[in-house]
Design a protein around this ligand. Sequence first.
Ligand SMILES: [Zn+2]
Length: 57
Amino acid sequence: MPELRCPICGGPVRVDDDALPGELVEHDCGAVLEVYQDGEGRLSLRPFEGVQEDWGE
Ligand SMILES: [Zn+2]
């Protein structure tokens, strides 16, 4: 998998080869990024704005 780019600082972000959409990655810059699949089916990153604690069941 090619390196993805951090939408916050523009730096490269390494994600696991088996990363799935919805997975969270913490970047060196401190941003929490969410892996998602873009319109072309490729994995991309976006800032994670949700609050995990609010996902409660
Ligand atoms: Zn970053």
